[in-house]
Design a protein around this ligand. Structure first.
Ligand code: C2E
Ligand code: CA
Ligand code: CA
Ligand code: CA
Length: 276
């Protein structure tokens, strides 16, 4: 028995080591990729319901790997968060998105999206002087603060003493704050009492079954009521069908994002065409 459990332990050690080796290797690769300019920012439209008019874009990072092709953020953001590279990568995404938004405004005028939304991780939000990083990106690109939205998750806000103060500083600049994946955290409603936010991004898990009678529609209704009651803007995430869009509109949602309206892409041309 002792031998058997010893084997099991060894096997466990091997798996554990290879998992952390894998982490370390990926972490090093990400560093190289950043230096080599292999990251791209894709943009997904946020539209008005029911007309589908284009209102904003969310910046979503991609890794253009030389052999593996386009790598989704779920495959590397967690590692970048663990090894700290997310701070540098996130700053790069922020500057790239602000520069792109400024370019669209210069080129497209009224057709340009009003706002660009950038995801910010816990590490970034809790780094000293994050508000200065944002100010620098805005100054450098000439984008006005009112055109920027910073998206944070509940865990990012929850796990940092600095976070609330930083969010206050950003809002003083004129930057808007969106609470991402709203409704999926431990204390979504509790956070709203203390955290300064402007926008609630209602998680796609509440949207996906909204057209079937049941819990999802009830929760989606409750969440839009919370947003309205607090004077916040709600955005429904992950809208994939016309039926979902119609139902969300009926429930009172005025803004939505999802494959039905446009997938993330390297530029706006595709998105502007939309499904209509
Ligand atoms: P998120 O911030 O919740 O972004 C929305 C995700 O849902 C995106 O996945 C988007 O492509 C996907 N999506 C949009 N519409 C639909 C739809 O109709 N149906 C479905 N099933 N999915 C939809 P993506 O681009 O793979 O990003 C995944 C996550 O990676 C993001 O979730 C965000 O948490 C993180 N992420 C992406 N870019 C960045 C970044 O620059 N910085 C940080 N810190 N995180 C990022
Ligand atoms: Ca987001
Ligand atoms: Ca989200
Ligand atoms: Ca998410």
């Amino acid at each position: 028995v002792a031998k058997e459990s010893g084997d099991r332990y060894l096997r466990y050690r091997e798996e554990y080591d290879s998992a952390s080796d894998e982490q370390a290797r990926l972490g090093a690769e990400l560093r190289t990729a950043l230096d080599a300019g292999q990251f791209r920012v894709y943009y997904q439209p946020v539209v008005e319901l029911p007309n589908g008019r284009f209102r904003a874009v969310e910046a979503l990072v991609r890794w253009e790997h030389p052999t593996r092709g386009l790598v989704a953020p779920d495959q590397f953001i967690p590692t970048a968060e663990r090894n700290g590279l997310i701070v540098e990568l996130g700053t790069w995404v922020l500057r790239t998105a602000c520069a792109q938004a400024a370019r669209w405004i210069a080129e497209l005028g009224d057709l340009a999206p009003d706002r660009v939304s950038v995801n910010v991780s816990a590490r970034q939000l809790n780094q000293p002087g994050f508000a200065h990083v944002v100010t620098a990106a805005l100054t450098e690109t000439g984008l006005s603060a009112e055109r920027l939205i910073v998206e944070v998750t509940e865990t990012a806000v929850f796990n940092g003493r600095r976070a609330v103060q930083t969010l206050d500083e950003l809002r003083t600049l004129g930057v808007r704050i969106a609470l991402d994946d709203f409704g999926t955290g431990h204390s979504s409603l509790g956070l709203l009492q203390t955290v300064p936010v402007d926008i609630l991004k209602v998680d796609k898990s509440f949207v996906s079954n909204i057209t079937m009678a049941g819990r999802h529609a009830v929760i989606a209704t409750a969440l839009i009521q919370v947003a309205d009651g607090l004077g916040l803007t709600a955005v429904a995430e992950g809208v994939e069908t016309a039926e979902q869009a119609a139902e969300l509109h009926r429930l009172g949602y005025r803004l939505a994002q999802g494959y039905h309206f446009g997938r993330p892409g390297p530029n706006l041309a595709l998105d502007l065409a939309g499904p209509h």
